[in-house]
Design a protein around this ligand. Structure first.
Ligand SMILES: [Zn+2]
Length: 295
């Protein structure tokens, strides 16, 4: 496979190459990290591999590869929300994709949908996408990209393989992401701390930083999801950035408590979307979380 023009680590490279050689590229892939170009170029390379009809995949010489290379393959669809664009990936665009996904491929064995910059897809659009990810036609493949996969709903994350291109230094979004991961880990820890003030101490910052709250809620959702998954199976694949704390939570909480924590995250996200009063929101955050774990 030719990864020219893509900054990609050797581990991910060989993972992709062996999956492609075995004909086992995942049905849905999320590409995160790296630069925007790295993600888009890798998405296009994977799409080419999915439609290639040659021997070694992608062969770069079959008709499918040639058309994919030129960007004119009829079975590769690209929904590209440009970075900095005010036009998000709208729910209508996703509905079009859904309608399109049930049409048989024109030339290749598969139809590939590239959804670039999923951070611009709001919850409504992501839920629309989820409907097809749940029961996709056999011939459909999805390649989603985002700076960080945590911008996507857990329900989407749980149905896709995440390929991480690694952190980009100097990227403010990644700095914020790291801060959110650390904060979510601290909150998860505070939830099982015997000191009830720990939670209040950790959440004070949200009053001044609503953007951080949104990112932290997304991280907490992953941690709670992991804790539930771990309760169900020791072998569960964990997705969150704070797997240690997810395991601790799974040990000290019941499944209904963890579900209540998930519901608290949903309710708070909704309230945040509706521009609720920040101070009240934080009080609510603490009380909902405490109530979920019976504190
Ligand atoms: Zn080919």
């Amino acid at each position: 496979m030719n990864f020219d023009g893509i900054n990609i680590n050797n581990e991910l490279k060989s993972r992709i190459e062996s999956a492609a050689a075995a004909g086992k590229l995942p049905h849905a892939v999320i590409l995160e990290g790296g630069s925007e170009n790295d993600r888009l170029n890798l998405a296009r390379l994977l799409a080419k591999a999915q439609v290639c009809s040659g021997e070694s995949i992608p062969c770069c010489s079959c008709n499918d590869c040639i058309k994919a290379e030129k960007g004119i393959h009829p079975d590769i669809f690209q929904a590209l929300a440009q970075e900095g664009s005010t036009e998000p990936l709208k729910v209508d665009a996703i509905r079009d994709i859904r309608a399109n996904a049930f049409v048989y491929p024109n030339e290749a064995q598969r139809r590939v949908f590239i959804l670039h910059n999923m951070q611009f897809a709001n919850e409504q659009a992501q839920n629309a996408l989820l409907k097809i990810l749940e029961e996709p036609p056999e011939f459909v493949r999805f390649i989603l990209t985002a700076p960080v996969s945590s911008v996507m709903l857990t329900t989407i994350l749980s149905r896709a393989a995440v390929f991480s291109l690694g952190q980009q230094l100097g990227d403010t979004l990644n700095a914020k992401h790291t801060q959110a991961c650390e904060k979510a880990a601290a909150i998860a820890k505070a939830l099982i701390s015997p000191n009830e003030f720990d939670l209040m101490t950790e959440t004070g910052i949200f009053e001044k930083d609503a953007e951080l709250l949104v990112l932290v809620l997304a991280q907490l959702r992953l941690i709670f999801r992991d804790a539930i998954a771990r309760k169900q199976s020791q072998a569960a694949t964990l997705l969150s950035s704070s797997q240690d704390n997810a395991v601790l939570l799974s040990r000290s909480c019941t499944v209904p408590q963890l579900m209540a924590l998930m519901q608290a995250v949903d309710a708070l996200e909704k309230a945040e979307n509706q521009n609720a009063n920040k101070a009240l929101l934080i009080t609510r955050f603490c009380s909902m979380m405490r109530k979920a774990v019976n504190k």
